[in-house]
Design a protein around this ligand. Sequence first.
Ligand code: MRU
Length: 368
Amino acid sequence: MQVNGTPYRCIWPEADRRSVAIIDQTKLPHCFASVSLRTLDDAVLAIRDMLVRGAPLIGATAAYGVCLGLNEDCSDARLEAVCTALIAARPTAVNLRWAVERMRSLLSNLPLEERLEKAYTEAAAICDEDVRVNEALGEHGLELIREKYAEKGDTVNILTHCNAGWLATVDWGTALAPIFKAHAAGIPVHVWVDETRPRNQGAHLTAWELASAGIDHHLIVDNSGGHLMQQGQVDLCIVGTDRTTCTGDVCNKIGTYLKALAAADNGVPFYVALPSSTIDWTLEDGAKIPIEERDQEEVLLVSGLAEDGKVQQVRIAPEQTKAANPAFDVTPARLVTGLITERGVCTAKKEALLALFPEQNKKQGAEL
Ligand code: MRU
């Protein structure tokens, strides 16, 4: 992704090879700034307070978090403590556990003196893989948009929820990757961007990414999608996911389920774009996915740019009003038209996922 003509990833190692830089997403869209993470605590806080967010980027940050946590001490006890702290930072996105377990299983088998260098190399490999995988799923999603364009002969209108763009990954994004590719291929696309209360990742991040890439879009309130679908103004929905069970139940940002219901009622295809690191092969039932409950202040306060050019927070409900803030919901597989993965598009069914990822069949068999 280019920002003002400069190519960026969302996380990168710094020259000292003992720290990493991230883009502070809490400052966007009004300020584009990076910050250094130097310690395990820095990484845990960056994930928990959502300076980085989006399932694949949380995973990549956690991988580097393991490195930062081992900077001074590579012992077994320290490795365990570091992994435990990172996994506890956010509960829903399975990429976090996936990345930490990958680091743990590699490092725990190495002599202490080799661990630190190998940790940084592995974290870099996780990031490189994320970029490759998202670009590949973008190609598969592009074909769906191309087909819709061939059928319609006019601008393809795509609705997306939250931010599953470049900022949610190391690069490319998941739901937005096919859209970036369609735009680059000269296919006219227009995006309906759900603002995505309470944190407004759509308004703050997706709109910013699309504007930076010169892609036509409108910001809409979260309740508009059903109406737009009834009016025939949505050709496709494409969203990301934080955890998808091996049976195809999709956990994503709160509000996704309502969009899937509206899409099913209106015959609008509902696609979910995901790298395979977001598939939880251990879970068959979406109801078992832990749903993060975040601070009620996220609902009660809204932030934006005030007339004086400073970002301000304002309270939108009476002082005595309490808020509930479940951050994710689960869309049952039956409402999902297809899963767009790095190996192709498949139905949201276990057999279809295993056909694309047959090595999981063997792994599960071996664990029995
Ligand atoms: O709470 P967030 O902003 O981390 O939630 C992000 C989402 O729900 C994304 O849709 C999901 O992580 C997919 S990102 C490619």
